[in-house]
Design a protein. Structure first.
Length: 325
């Protein structure tokens, strides 16, 4: 059977934001699992280099397009995964309107494709919908503590709206929808200066710069390696139901503890403390009981092992950027 004939019998997935940090890993996973993949990305935060190695695969297609505009897909589609959106604070605060439109218009446009194709639709939401939580750890039935007018609202409230749109399509049209709430995720394809704490510390360590800590460093995060997240996404798509699933690592780590882990890899380094940004959450830890009981999913890769892999990826990225062309 030729590759073109083989592609006719493979299921097809559309991944918006497919050139992003998580999106590119999803493209790889679905290709490895025997799917055709259509990645749609306008490259405003995604990078062509994330998926360049996939372009020769006959079952992979990259479409450079903005999902805030209606789009169509020829032929059958089994699933639509909506991962398009600026996701780091530096990006969504620099592109507030684009972020709001991607989470509003982009979600509706993806849902329309899923409705037309009778396909599953998976919405990539975020732990940020919980805001600065008053409950700890955060369960999926917690409604959150979010400022609708603060600087982070362009992302937090946009994702809450995306969830509402997704549920509306499920209730109104019977679209087979899924919602995942992604907690802090990290891995080798992250951009070096994306404003996230793990990349900040690792890049600062590689460049010999002081670690910059916002606040006193006692605020907590829960860090999930990207491969574990991708496993969770696949399980939710195939086996989940319509209600949200937290996907993240339930091991709570303070920022100062994260610095200790990084310094075990790179050696001691000076720390500079800066004011905590407005509306920055002080605690973040997922309750993943639902994913454990429904899907048999939980993270497997330790923070130390994930940091080693991420450090190697960032080192290669910085070296490539510094090499003469």
């Amino acid at each position: 059977m030729t590759p073109s004939q083989l592609s006719l019998v493979l299921p097809r997935v559309v991944i918006t934001g497919g050139a992003g940090f998580v999106g590119a890993s999803l493209c790889e996973r679905f290709l490895a699992d025997g799917w055709q993949v259509l990645a749609i990305d306008n490259l405003c935060t995604g990078r062509h280099s994330n998926i360049a190695h996939l372009l020769d695969n006959p079952n992979f297609e990259l479409r450079i397009a903005d999902v805030t505009e209606p789009f169509s897909v020829a032929g059958p589609v089994a699933a639509v995964l909506h991962f398009a959106s600026p996701a780091s604070p530096l990006d969504y605060m620099a592109m507030p309107i684009q972020t709001l439109k991607t989470c509003a218009h982009g979600t509706f446009n993806g849902l329309e494709v899923a409705r037309e194709k009778n396909a599953k639709f998976l919405m990539a939401s975020t732990s940020e919908i919980y805001g600065d939580p008053l409950e700890h750890p955060q369960r999926e039935d917690y409604w959150g503590n979010v400022s609708s007018t603060g600087p982070r609202s362009v992302y937090d409230e946009a994702k809450r709206y995306s969830e509402a749109a997704t549920m509306a399509y499920q209730r109104t049209y019977g679209v087979d929808t899924r919602i995942i709430r992604i907690f802090n995720t990290y891995g080798p394809r992250m951009k070096p200066r994306d404003g996230r704490v793990i990349t900040a510390f690792l890049v600062q360590s590689l460049l010999g710069e002081p670690f910059t800590v916002f606040g006193d460093g006692r605020q907590t995060r829960s860090f999930c390696y990207v491969d574990d997240l991708v496993d969770g996404v696949v399980k939710v798509l195939h086996s989940g139901d319509h209600l949200p699933y937290n996907l993240g690592n339930p091991v709570e780590v303070t920022i100062l503890e994260l610095i200790d882990q990084v310094q075990q890899l790179v050696g001691p380094q000076q720390v500079t403390f800066l004011p905590l940004p407005q509306d920055d959450p002080t605690r973040r830890q997922p309750d993943i009981s639902r994913a454990r009981s429904h899907l048999g999913w939980e993270p497997k890769i330790s923070l130390q092992k994930g940091l080693v892999r991420t450090l190697a990826g960032l080192r290669a990225t910085l070296a490539a950027a510094a090499s003469p062309r």
